[in-house]
Design a protein. Structure first.
Length: 267
């Protein structure tokens, strides 16, 4: 799918290389419409997290480089190596593994995110807004974040994003390491935040079923490329997607019906 009018985030035909030698993304394009959730799915090593790091300008910190194509956030080019500018412009990356400050309290972790409001008209942080979505954090606001459960730490990571008053949230594997009931709870809250706050989201997730249950549109990656995309209803009804990504067979998408794949994705 090419970027559409009304998209707040556009990734256009980008190539990414690590260490000047390893190609991670090849001609990848996607778009996130305003106010929508877009799921980016694929197996380990497909390049999903690389996409998020390219969008949030973090690639140079890992010896990565966008060598071709362009990324636009709200119509403006993303400059690699300037993630602080993106955060202050309203794009927040919730990274894999939570990355909370374990030795600070829950409330201090939220305070740490207020730097994103510097120089903005809406500088006053709204912690109560975070606690409305995550009442468990309100109960533990004075406790050390390192003593939270995995699910509570994920809530805190998303809560920090909300403090920054984002227009786009990038979510990297929010279900990682969590029990199924907690996954359902957190994804229900993510859907609420999208519906009530109008925050656009790009969601990277290996759990295709739960991701597609809240997303409006989805892309599936293999080896640095998009191999299929469409509205979630289309993906959920696609027999090949059902076989590989929804647990009905043990195959790689690359082994399924090559004649159906678009010519532009074939090697």
């Amino acid at each position: 799918m090419t970027a559409e009018t009304g998209s707040i985030l556009e990734v256009n035909n980008i190539e990414v290389v690590y260490n000047k030698a390893i190609q991670a993304l090849r001609g990848l394009s996607l778009a996130v419409p305003k106010g929508k959730i877009v799921a980016l799915l694929g197996s380990n090593g497909a390049g999903k997290s690389t996409v998020l790091k390219a969008v949030s300008a973090l690639l140079p910190m890992e010896n990565g480089l966008v060598t071709d194509g362009r990324i636009l956030f709200d119509g403006q080019p993303v400059e690699q190596g300037s993630p602080h500018r993106l955060v202050r412009s309203g794009l927040f990356h919730v990274m894999e593994g939570r990355r909370i400050f374990a030795d600070l309290t829950v409330e201090e972790n939220l305070v740490a995110a207020t730097y994103a409001l510097t120089g903005r008209a809406d500088q006053k942080p709204d912690f109560d807004r975070v606690y409305r979505y995550f009442p468990r954090l309100a109960e533990r606001r004075k406790g050390l974040a390192g003593y939270l459960s995995g699910g509570e730490q994920q809530m805190l990571a998303i809560g920090r994003a909300l403090v920054a008053k984002p227009r786009v949230i990038l979510l990297d594997e929010p279900s990682l390491g969590l029990a199924p009931l907690l996954v359902e709870e957190i994804f229900a809250i993510i859907a609420r935040i999208n519906a009530e706050e109008g925050v656009s989201m790009l969601l990277v997730e290996q759990n295709a079923s739960v991701a597609l249950s809240i997303a409006h549109y989805g892309y599936i990656m293999e080896t640095g490329r998009i191999v299929i995309d469409g509205p979630t209803e289309k993906l959920l009804g696609d027999r090949d997607v059902q076989e590989f990504y929804l647990g009905l067979a043990h195959k790689s998408y690359r082994d399924i019906k090559h004649y159906k794949r678009r010519k532009r994705w074939l090697s």
